[in-house]
Ligand binder design. Structure first.
Ligand SMILES: Cc1ncc(COP(=O)(O)O)c(C=O)c1O
Length: 461
């Protein structure tokens, strides 16, 4: 064990990790990166197949973002936004407004996805208080939802494994079923399932709209739930029913934003303009922590007036940090100059075609894709949808195997998640998918699958 690994194990508690298993196993130290590859301290290269947890967009060490940060460092790294304006935060706000859905007119900066969602929840709540409808306090959430790990965002989440332990700390929500293809008990085909789920939301709205402040949704894909895809038309329908019942729609684009689904935002596929939209992760191209909560003029204007009654008393030390905003400006510049969105269609299609070859694998039960957000669900018996038991850690074992073949990916339970940087070429995407194909075959068909996950702590979830 080298010194860095030793000290990591002595001092650091890793996110979403069982540390007892982490310290007992050899772990990898990443020293640098180039383009879409990570390089460890032994000089081994690995494709970054989950974009460093869904954040990286244009590859690592992109000269435009590197340069923008260096230039900003020569001016100022950080000043507060409480009582002061800074240049990059203002410029980025203007540029973001040009690309977000047209009804969104203002933004509030924060640091990560959880804070962006937390802010939208608090603003939506306060909005109705200010509008003289104090009974509107409840939130509709979706089953399997993930919106972050702070107490407020866990309250609107629905992933039992992560959230149940904190239940006594959380505020009550009204949970609606989520469209999740064959997992759904409501109907067998995705479209019917989506519409049946909308029906359930409409029932909740019809009965309870006077007490409901807002509905929060991950658009097109519930990523952390295992890349559960929504059928086309679902988000648009949600917009229609929430509007009909005077309930705010909060769209969480933290995972889907900045090109992941094939368009700049998931909302663009459905021509939906929500009341709030939250972005983070890809906003800086995956370089630095920054988030934004967008809202309409209607929301913003409701907060104008009396200081004590109408101010939004919320803020973070690094809100609108100039270095992060400089990276955000460079991110958008690359989207424009390298015509990133225009080039995506061919890459998405290359992935779709390559994924067809996965149907020969005995344990591939479902493949879900929206743009370059891909989930490959492994099952013990796909014919009758028998899942692999969680304790088998089959997804983690496949991901561990993929590392040996030069690809860094992480699973969610039995779902192998593949979310490469948008900068990956079609050939690189095909190559990475070949590695996943091989790893699934080796783990599920050629090796004896054992219960237990002791050697896979680094890639468990
Ligand atoms: C849809 C969604 N919302 C919110 C978050 C939380 O973001 P962060 O980890 O930056 O707090 C995530 C993170 O994966 C996410 O996928």
């Amino acid at each position: 064990m080298n010194e860095i690994e030793e000290k990591d194990k002595e001092y650091i508690w890793h996110p979403f990790t069982q540390m007892q298993e982490w310290v007992a196993q050899p772990q990898m130290v990443i020293e640098r990166a180039e383009g879409i590859q990570l390089i460890d301290d032994q000089g081994n290269r690995y494709y970054d197949g989950v974009s460093s947890l869904w954040v990286n967009i244009h590859g690592h060490r992109h000269p435009t973002i590197d340069q923008a940060i260096i230039e900003q460092l020569g001016k100022v790294a950080h000043t507060t936004m409480l009582g002061l304006i800074n240049v990059p935060a203002t410029q980025l706000a203007e540029e973001l407004m040009a690309v977000v859905p047209k009804g969104l007119k203002k933004l509030f900066y924060s640091d990560d996805g959880s804070t962006a969602v937390e802010i939208a929840i608090k603003m939506a709540f306060q909005y109705w208080q200010l509008k003289g409808k104090p009974k509107k306090q409840k939130f509709i959430t979706l089953a399997n939802a993930y919106h972050g790990d702070t107490v407020g965002t866990v309250s609107v989440g629905g992933i039992d494994l992560f959230h149940r332990i904190f239940s006594a700390l959380l505020f009550d929500t009204v949970q609606a079923p989520a469209p999740c293809c064959y997992h759904c008990k409501l109907a067998s085909d995705p479209e019917q399932c989506g519409m049946a789920c909308i029906g359930e939301v409409e029932k909740i709205l019809e009965q309870g709209h006077e007490e409901i402040a807002a509905m929060i949704v991950e658009p097109l894909v519930q990523a952390a739930a295992g890349m559960l895809a929504q059928p086309p038309g679902y988000l648009r329908k949600l917009r229609e029913v929430t509007e009909k019942y005077n309930v705010l729609l909060l769209v969480d684009e933290v995972a889907t934003g900045f090109g992941r689904t094939g368009k700049m935002f998931a909302c663009d596929h459905e021509e939906v303009s929500p009341d709030f939209m939250m972005v983070a992760k890809g906003i800086t191209g995956g370089y630095l922590p920054l988030a934004a909560t967008f809202m309409t003029d209607e929301i913003y204007n409701a907060f104008l007036g009396d200081v004590q009654k109408k101010t939004f008393f919320h803020g973070h030390s690094y809100t609108g940090n100039p270095l992060c905003c400089a990276a955000g400006l460079a991110n958008l510049k690359i989207f424009r100059e390298e015509k990133v969105l225009e080039g995506l269609e061919a890459k998405v299609e290359a992935a779709r075609v390559k994924l067809e070859s996965f149907s020969v694998l005995k344990h591939v039960g479902d493949i879900r894709q929206w743009g370059l957000m891909i989930g490959i669900e492994l099952m013990e018996n796909p014919a009758d949808k028998t899942p692999f038991p969680w304790e088998m850690a089959v997804g983690a074992k496949v991901c561990k195997k993929a590392r040996k073949h030069g690809l860094m990916i992480r699973p969610i339970g039995s779902v192998v998640v593949f979310m490469p940087p948008l900068a990956s070429t079609a050939e690189e995407i095909e190559h990475m998918l070949s590695i996943i194909h091989l790893s699934i075959k080796e783990v599920t068909e050629e090796e004896q699958l054992q219960y237990g996950a002791k050697d896979v702590a680094a890639v468990m979830i």
